[in-house]
Design a protein around this ligand. Structure first.
Ligand code: ASP
Ligand code: MG
Length: 407
């Protein structure tokens, strides 16, 4: 007998019919002789609707109250699913995050899991019950309710799988797996049979919405066997593991993209030893996340600095920089909006030189200008104009032969 953690996302539990379908999926796992812990998201677009209601009342709703509000979404699903399972003759018990022993750091809206006290769940499993846990939520040491950040139910599932030493964690979603790129935009996108933890981590961080990045981090650190698969179609999905075994010959395995990126340029920095640290400390203190950073010194001894941020943070970033102009010591600020980041990812890059060169050549051939670049061992990201984003993805998908993936 094995222990399986199954996670079902918002679309998969989006209606009573869908919840019945999920109950059937859980039943099949039980009939295979396994113990099952189920993690669910809020139904359909519930979380968005709750956020919107709060925004109608306040432009900056209190974060503690937001957590109180948003965690209700998942509570609806756990109880309904348990009722559905009971109706199928299966014993199930629903648990909120705090009942399930999920303890987080004391931060509202985006808390990390600090530890999981698994006794309660284990006890119920011992009694032969299916435990249905609310995703996305936890509790602090002092009893405050927290959430793990949007999309965080994936992380609940993988963290539970790690803590319970489950044999497997299946993430059921509305797509059949992880694709070479988003099939909604590129018709020739193909499902991958396997992806390595590191590749998945890059893809998740670079905007492939299929998995919460922190869930992949957990899976990698605790060697959780993870599979992304469809809750509607009974076919195998994408396995995320140490070394991706299939399609080994692919240098690039996936292309991720994200829009709403802004490039900020700070011109004429006095270039003292501390100017870089002062700028980024100031931005960090204001919770502004900076992505790509480029600095170059001019002949006159000053420096120009460019960095990319999410467009959402654009006005605040300029305000913060202007407010601290005296201390930061620069001449001029510039910002370019309507940019996007297109990234190619693949472990094969480590041993294959010329991947970045090929990427830039392909973009140039298609008259797509590259504004900023960043690389890691297994990825190359290029910032391009938003209007060129889909084209860039398409031509790169073709050039790196991702449409030829077969499975
Ligand atoms: N319901 C939450 C969200 O929509 C968490 C999740 O679904 O993973 O972000
Ligand atoms: Mg999700």
């Amino acid at each position: 007998m094995g222990l399986i953690v199954q996670k079902f996302g918002g679309t998969s539990v989006g209606s009573i019919d869908r919840i019945l379908n999920v109950a059937e999926c859980v039943k099949e796992e039980i009939e295979r002789g396994n113990q099952v812990v189920v993690v669910v998201s809020a139904m359909g677009k519930t979380t968005d609707q709750l956020v919107n209601m709060a925004k109608e009342l306040s432009t900056q709703p209190n974060k503690r109250e937001m957590d109180m509000l948003l965690t209700t979404g998942e509570q609806v699903t756990i109880s309904l699913l348990s009722i559905a399972l009971n109706e199928k003759g299966l014993e199930a018990v629903s648990y909120t995050g705090w009942q399930a022993g999920i303890v987080t750091e004391p931060i509202h809206g985006n808390a990390r899991i600090a530890k999981i006290n698994t006794e309660a769940i284990k006890e119920q499993l011992q009694l032969g019950k299916i435990v249905v846990v609310a995703g996305f939520q936890g509790v602090t040491d002092t009893g405050e309710i927290t959430t793990l950040g949007r999309g965080g139910s994936d992380t609940t599932a993988v963290a539970l799988a790690a803590a319970l030493k489950a044999d497997k964690c299946d993430i059921y979603t509305d797509v059949t797996g992880v694709f070479t790129t988003d099939p909604r935009y590129v018709k020739t996108a193909r499902k991958l049979l396997s992806v390595s933890y590191d590749e998945m981590l890059e893809l998740a961080n670079l905007g492939a919405g299929v998995l919460h990045p922190r869930a992949v981090e957990f899976a990698k650190n605790y060697h959780v066997r993870l599979e992304v698969r469809s809750s509607m179609e009974k076919i195998s999905g994408t396995v995320i593991e140490e070394e991706a075994t299939m399609e080994q010959n692919l240098v690039v395995r996936g292309i991720a993209f994200e829009n709403e990126i802004t490039k900020v340029t700070v011109l004429g920095l006095t270039n003292s030893l501390t100017s870089l640290s002062t700028i980024f400390t100031t931005l960090a203190q204001n919770h502004i996340n900076v992505d790509i950073i480029i600095q170059n010194t001019t002949e006159s001894g000053t420096a120009n600095l460019s960095f990319s941020i999410q467009t959402d943070d654009w006005i605040e970033t300029l305000n913060v920089l202007e407010l601290n102009k005296g201390e930061l010591g620069y001449e001029q600020l510039d910002a370019e909006n309507k940019l996007a980041k297109v990234s190619i990812v693949g472990s094969g890059m480590i041993s294959n030189p010329g991947v970045a060169a090929k990427m830039f050549a392909v973009l140039a051939e298609n008259n797509i200008q590259v504004k900023m670049v960043s690389t890691s061992e297994i990825k190359v990201s290029a910032v391009v104009e938003e209007k060129n984003m889909h084209k860039a993805v398409e031509v790169l998908h073709e050039a790196f032969e991702l449409s030829k993936v077969t499975n």
